[in-house]
Design a protein around this ligand. Structure first.
Ligand code: CTP
Length: 207
């Protein structure tokens, strides 16, 4: 059976003014590698934040910038997806106000007021019907415990936990935590191989 994959990758940007933004550290490499690996199993849509990577051939790219744009793009395509994999490093906060003109140094108070963005994956968890939901958790501490909490809270089928030091790197060592309680630790491998391993397991869960 051909599966329809919806994959997100890269960071989002949350603007203060037309020049400045806050963002997350993310190269997009893991998400792009997953999109490339998923192509062999079906149709792939990749909702991508700003990254310096070439889109894989055969993949439909939807470029977005902010967390809100990513949420809109994902929610609009959710009903038609069989597997959703959120690798994106979505900003958890955005500036309360976005100035339409450049904030001048002399006029800046030094305080930046932030408000939470919506949690895309948690929203999908509430709305899911036939879809298989896969999340990522990049942690600096208590990797498995934190990933386990996210798996439950966001109602995921699988969460891929990795050390935050994998960001920007060419390799990754991930631990897979499944909804049924199974935990599987994969060896450190190039991100392309990690991607293939994840897609194989996801397709096995879906069929
Ligand atoms: N995620 C999302 N929407 C957000 C934040 C995160 O969909 N606004 C997704 C990420 O793409 C990832 C998963 O949720 O698949 C976990 O993201 P992470 O930043 O590790 O978790 P948070 O829920 O933001 O928790 P915390 O910041 O407390 O670690």
């Amino acid at each position: 059976m051909k599966l329809r994959f919806l994959i997100t990758a890269g960071p989002t940007r949350e603007f203060l003014d037309p020049i400045r933004f806050i963002s997350n550290r993310s190269s997009g490499k893991m998400g792009y590698a997953l999109a490339r690996a998923a192509c062999r199993y079906g149709k792939v849509t990749l909702v991508s934040g700003p990254v310096a990577l070439k889109p894989p051939t055969g993949v439909t790219i939807v470029p977005v910038t902010t967390a809100q744009e990513m949420a809109d793009a994902v929610l609009a395509r959710f009903a038609d997806a069989d597997v959703v994999i959120m690798t994106a490093a979505v900003c958890d906060f955005r500036p309360r106000r976005v100035a339409t003109r450049k904030i001048k140094k002399a006029g800046f108070s030094g305080v930046l007021e932030l408000v939470p963005t919506g949690d895309i994956l948690a929203t999908l968890g509430k709305r899911k019907r036939h879809q298989l939901l896969v999340g990522f958790a990049a942690e600096t501490d208590a990797l498995e415990a934190n990933a386990q909490k996210k798996l439950r809270r966001k109602k995921l089928d699988l969460i891929v936990a990795n050390d935050a030091r994998a960001m920007d790197a060419e390799t990754n060592q991930v631990t897979l935590l499944y909804r049924d309680g199974r935990v599987e630790r994969l060896p450190e491998m190039p991100k392309s191989q990690v991607a293939t391993a994840i897609i194989r397991r996801v397709t096995a869960l879906r069929t």
